[in-house]
Write a protein that binds this ligand. Structure first.
Ligand SMILES: [Zn+2]
Length: 196
C-alpha cells in the first residue's frame, strides 16, 4: 500500500489547511496531523519485534473504528475541554482517515487483500477495484528479507507516483489556507464609515 512519504504529505496538507482554523491547537496541529497520517502503519512494530514485520500489518489500525477512537482521544488532549473539540476531532479524523484513503486506492499483493475498513463491525477487507497508487512492496518472512524489498527501485517509483498524486493536494491546501487567512484579515479590518 502507500509509503510513509505519501502518508506524511497528506497529513502535512491537512494540517496546513486546518492550522489557521483551529486556534486552540494551532501550534501542534501540523505535527499531530502528520503523526496521525502515519500512525496506522505502526502495526509493523509488533511484527518487527517478533522477526516477521508483516505479521500484524493492515489489521485493526487500518479501520474507520480505529480512526474514530484514536482521533477522538487526540482531539480531547489537544482541545483541553475547549469549544473547538468537535472541529479538532474532525481534523484529526481526516488526518488518520487520509491513511485509510491512500491505502484503499493502493495496490495490495499480500493476503488478505485490502484493509478492514468497517472494523469492529466487520472483519471484511476492502480495496479500490481501480488502483491509483502502485503501492510499496514489502515481502519476506524475516526482517532482513523484508528490509531488502522495502529499499527497492520499484518502491522509489511508487513514491514518485505518490508525490505526483498527493503533491497537488498539498498545493491546493496551501492556496485554500492563504485564501482563508486573507479573508479573516479582511474581516478583522474596520470597515470605513461603519462607526459614525
Ligand atoms: Zn497503511
Amino acid at each position: 500500500l502507500a509509503s510513509p512519504v505519501g502518508h506524511a504529505l497528506a497529513g502535512l496538507a491537512l494540517g496546513r489547511l486546518a492550522e489557521p482554523r483551529v486556534s486552540a491547537a494551532s501550534r501542534l496541529i501540523v505535527p499531530v496531523c502528520i503523526a496521525l497520517a502515519l500512525l496506522p502503519d505502526l502495526d509493523f512494530l509488533p511484527g518487527v519485534l517478533l522477526g516477521n514485520p508483516t505479521l500484524y500489518h493492515q489489521g485493526e489500525s487500518h479501520s474507520l473504528g480505529a480512526a474514530l477512537l484514536v482521533s477522538f482521544a487526540v482531539a480531547l488532549l489537544l482541545a483541553r475541554g475547549g469549544p473547538q473539540l468537535l472541529r479538532i476531532w474532525l481534523v484529526c479524523f481526516a488526518a488518520y482517515g487520509s491513511h485509510l484513503l491512500l491505502d484503499y486506492f493502493g495496490t495490495d499483493a499480500r493476503l488478505p487483500i485490502g484493509i478492514p475498513l468497517l472494523w469492529p463491525l466487520s472483519n471484511a477487507t476492502w480495496i479500490s477495484p481501480v488502483p491509483i497508487l502502485p503501492g510499496v512492496h514489502h515481502a519476506g518472512a524475516t526482517t532482513d528479507a523484508w528490509l531488502a524489498t522495502v529499499f527497492s527501485l520499484a518502491n522509489l517509483r511508487a513514491i514518485a507516483i505518490e508525490l505526483i498524486v498527493v503533491g497537488p493536494m498539498l498545493l491546493l491546501a496551501e492556496l485554500r489556507r492563504r485564501r482563508y487567512v486573507r479573508a479573516r484579515a479582511a474581516e478583522a479590518m474596520p470597515v470605513p464609515g461603519e462607526r459614525q
